[in-house]
Design a protein around this ligand. Structure first.
Ligand code: FES
Length: 251
């Protein structure tokens, strides 16, 4: 692709300004290999310095440039403009989050849920006698979940989060699973207990939209389904042991 002109229709929101919300059309000259974030930066530098959006790393690491483009939540820095064939390109903030200004959303619901699962290693015991053994298989199982960059894109496509803001959410449940698999973490069943409710694994619609949308190929629905299986297995084992106890008393 050589130089061409791209039309971007961007949803704007400036609190305290009339009108509060409007859609503005910008035209931007593209260059070979340009990504959407670079296009937005060009608009900000050359046409409208008040246009707001988040970014930091420019390399799909910080997770801050999530936005909705032609109805699909994605990372602007990871989206080559060549891929956006449908013109004009409609850009709006990440869905289901409160908007602060233009394309900047309030990520508090995401990080409040994130804190609830205590997303750090609870080591067992606190000072180990020797190194923890991690097999290659365990490492392979954990690997996909380590890639999460907390961009919130999975929340932006999640029907369960749309329905219920207190639903823990795909990235959070995937992180819980990551620590459940980790042999160094002492919480084990406590992690399962903390997600065994309708705002946890049972709230998921299992439509796999988060798996499809994740820019880092994290599979949250797989984690949710695996945790559901483990929870059910635990419930069945408890029921069975109670039943056997009852049978022993009666016999
Ligand atoms: S700017 Fe960091 S992920 Fe896009």
């Amino acid at each position: 692709m050589g130089t061409s002109v791209l039309t971007l229709k961007i949803k704007r929101y400036h609190p305290g300004k009339e009108p509060l919300r409007w859609t503005e059309t910008f035209k931007v000259e593209t260059t070979q290999g340009m990504n959407l974030l670079e296009g937005l930066l060009r608009i900000q530098e050359e046409q409208d310095p008040t246009l707001c959006f988040r970014y930091s790393c420019r390399g799909a690491v910080c997770g801050s440039c999530g936005m909705e483009v032609n109805g699909t939540p994605l990372l602007a820095c990871r989206t080559p403009v060549e891929r956006l064939l449908k013109e004009p390109i409609r850009i709006s903030p990440l869905p289901f989050f409160p908007v602060i200004r233009d394309l900047v959303v309030d990520m508090s619901p995401f990080f409040e849920n994130y804190q609830k699962i205590e997303p750090y290693l609870h080591e067992k015991p606190a000072i180990p006698d020797r190194e923890h053994i991690m097999t290659e298989d365990v490492r392979k199982a954990i690997d996909p979940y380590i890639q999460c960059i907390l961009c919130g894109i999975c929340f932006g496509v999640c029907p369960a989060f749309r329905r219920e803001a207190s639903f823990l959410g795909p990235a959070i449940l995937a992180k819980a699973f990551r620590f459940l698999l980790d042999p160094r973490d002492r919480r084990g069943k406590d992690i399962l207990q903390s997600v065994d409710h309708h705002r946890g694994v049972w709230g998921c619609n299992t439509v796999f939209r988060c798996v499809k949308a994740c820019p880092k190929e994290v599979p949250p629905t797989h984690a949710i389904v695996r945790m559901r299986g483990k929870i059910l297995k635990g419930h069945c084992a408890r029921l069975f042991s109670r039943f056997s106890f009852l049978l022993r008393i009666l016999s």
